[in-house]
Design a protein around this ligand. Structure first.
Ligand code: ZN
Ligand code: ZN
Ligand code: ZN
Length: 186
């Protein structure tokens, strides 16, 4: 049984019992131990597309790394910014991966070395849904999975997208930011 399912026990951050809550469990890390918000964000700087459960004092509810404060910084290091951070943009995008849908908060500065958000997504191996200010992207990984399922199991694009919605939320998939209507043209 996952530690996250044991609502009866008192919860601690695995790094230090002195760290304050709220506490989170990652459903996609092999370890299911709990971590406080700064520790869970720290551990996932290179694993943006993991899903969280967050203890709300009564039960574990759906959480996200974006809500915990994780921001993916694109372009140059802010310490070298020629504009003093004056041209920083942040953007919340929906990324569709093999483990469902994710909200990812991205930040970038246009002072130099930044082509476009779409080109930065390609560098991350994400396929943006549009080239102009994309709000949705598919990982190359999920596209590869669809290619295999399409060839081997004759899964349609619509069926595949419905399965991804259900992987994300099997109770209320219609309430997701990208829901059935988004995929209706497939
Ligand atoms: Zn994780
Ligand atoms: Zn901690
Ligand atoms: Zn800058």
């Amino acid at each position: 049984m996952l530690e996250v399912e044991d609502g009866s026990s008192r919860h601690f951050c695995a790094i230090s019992a002195s760290h304050a809550g709220p506490f989170h469990a990652c459903l996609d890390c092999d370890s299911h131990s709990l971590h406080c918000t700064p520790c869970i964000v720290d551990f996932h700087s290179c694993s943006l597309l993991h899903r969280l459960k967050t203890w709300n004092g009564t039960y574990f509810e759906d959480g996200s790394l974006a809500n915990a404060g994780l921001v993916l910084n694109l372009g140059h290091n802010m310490s070298t910014c020629r504009e003093g951070g004056g041209k920083v943009h942040t953007h919340l995008v929906t990324v569709i991966d093999v483990n469902g849908l994710h909200n990812v908060r991205m930040s970038w500065c246009r002072c130099y070395g930044f082509g476009s958000l779409a080109s930065e997504m390609f560098r991350l191996q994400w396929l943006p849904a549009t080239l102009i200010r994309p709000g949705t992207a598919f990982t190359f990984r999920v596209m590869k999975l669809f290619q295999m399922l399409s060839h081997v199991a004759r899964t349609s694009a619509w069926e595949f997208c419905m399965a991804l919605l259900r992987i994300t939320d099997n109770v209320q998939p219609d309430l997701l930011p990208v829901s059935e209507g988004y995929f209706s043209y497939f």
